[in-house]
Design a protein around this ligand. Structure first.
Ligand code: NAD
Ligand code: GLY
Length: 362
């Protein structure tokens, strides 16, 4: 039997839960079953993932009856209409308060299924089974759930912690190359905001990560989840330090919106956004030029984009003003005080931001 290589606890009192990381875990009945309540179950997945991993999960559930809801694949389906399909499936399967949703997929599935669980019968359990690197290091952990609204990404959502997260490394073998690279952007983020030693390790281990060496991936996911667990345990609802997890994201959201959703993967936009935030940190005297150059080179070696679309400064500022971190009309930015230490602040000279954007997007 495959045991988890690592188990990390998210410490949130009665809402605490484990994150198990290891190869072949989706086939382990004891691990999958342990997190689930006794009532009716609904697996939510998509058309790409179902043929790859649904049978494995059904087998792990033994003889337990379990309804299935297979959604279309893609960010463009992260909508209220798709959410309606999940509610229909929950109703058809008579999932009550003693039941649970099982989210099998990447961040899109995790966010939709998580929000369905947060709202169905005023809140039922959700077990996250993330199958992309991005979902294993970020979206399945921490309880943010949402669907998009035409006015903006993730505008309809809730904080709803899962009852467990099972990150099966084996699922990453089928992940498209571009998706793997996008997930690495979030891994690099954790090093930049919280752990310079981890960043050095990522730098040294990049080719092992890109060739999907299991030991390297296991360590990258473990350290990323540890950092996220530490931050979420301090600030579940993002009233303070959790905002640091959004390093690069204010720029990234502008890039994703300006390019048209779906053109850039989220992790790709985060990569370029992190470089812009690092340039801003350099202009404010926190980072040195060699540190910013090193980040640019690391992102390029990881196959991630470093040039933002030329959307124009005014458009960039307009899009950045839609960020959820805006407070009293001021765009708060996550900046690096040094490599491995981030800060969220509105205390910067707007002319510096103008000048960074002028160079990047004008
Ligand atoms: P995704 O869910 O769209 O998955 C990427 C693609 O890979 C999809 O086509 C999917 O079907 C496919 N796929 C997934 N697993 C696979 C596998 N093992 N083998 C082959 N193909 C596989 O994208 P993502 O990057 O996982 O997630 C992005 C979403 O996550 C965005 O909607 C973003 O807003 C959200 N997100 C949420 C949080 C959070 O805290 N809740 C954090 C970051 C991102
Ligand atoms: N992905 C950022 C967060 O979970 O807070």
């Amino acid at each position: 039997m495959n045991k988890p290589r690592h188990t990390i606890k998210i410490d949130l009192g009665t809402r605490s839960y484990p994150i198990h990381i290891g190869a072949g875990l989706l086939a382990q009945r004891a691990i999958v079953e342990a997190a689930l309540p006794a009532g009716p179950l609904l697996v939510v997945t998509n058309q790409t993932i179902a043929p790859l991993y649904l049978a494995l999960v059904q087998t792990a559930l033994g003889g337990r009856s379990c309804a299935v809801c297979v959604l279309p694949d893609g960010e463009s389906y992260k909508t209220q209409a798709t959410l309606g399909l999940v509610y229909d499936a929950l109703a058809a399967a008579k999932v009550s308060r003693d039941g649970a949703v099982i989210a099998l997929g990447g961040g899109v599935i995790g966010d939709i299924a998580g929000f369905a669980a947060a709202t169905w019968a005023r809140g039922i359990d959700v077990l996250q089974l993330p199958t992309t690197l991005l979902a294993q290091v970020d979206s399945s952990v921490g309880g943010k759930t949402a669907v998009n609204h035409p006015a903006g990404k993730n505008l309809i959502g809730a904080f709803h912690q899962p009852v467990g997260v099972i990150a099966d490394l084996s699922t990453l073998s089928t992940l498209p190359e571009r998706e793997l690279r996008a997930g690495l952007a979030e891994v690099i983020k954790y090093g930049l905001i919280h752990d310079a030693t981890f960043l050095d390790w990522i730098d040294a281990s990049l080719s092992a990560l890109l060739t999907r060496n299991e030991d390297a991936l296991a360590h990258a996911i473990q350290r990323s989840c540890q950092i996220k667990a530490e931050i979420v345990s301090l600030d579940e609802r993002e009233t303070g330090p959790r905002a640091l997890l959004n390093f690069g994201h204010t720029f990234a959201h502008a890039i994703e919106a300006a390019a048209g959703y779906g053109e850039w993967l989220h992790g790709e936009a985060v990569a370029t956004g992190m470089l812009l935030a690092a340039q801003m940190s350099e202009r404010l005297g926190f980072l040195s030029t060699p540190e910013v150059t090193r980040l640019r080179e690391l992102l390029i070696r990881a196959g991630l984009p470093t040039e933002a679309p030329r959307m124009g400064v005014a458009r960039a500022l307009e899009l950045m003003a839609l960020d959820k971190k805006v407070l009293a009309g001021r765009v708060r930015l996550v900046l690096l005080k040094e490599v491995g230490a981030a800060v969220v602040t509105a205390d910067y000279d707007p002319a510096v931001l103008q000048s960074v954007l002028q160079q990047a997007v004008a």
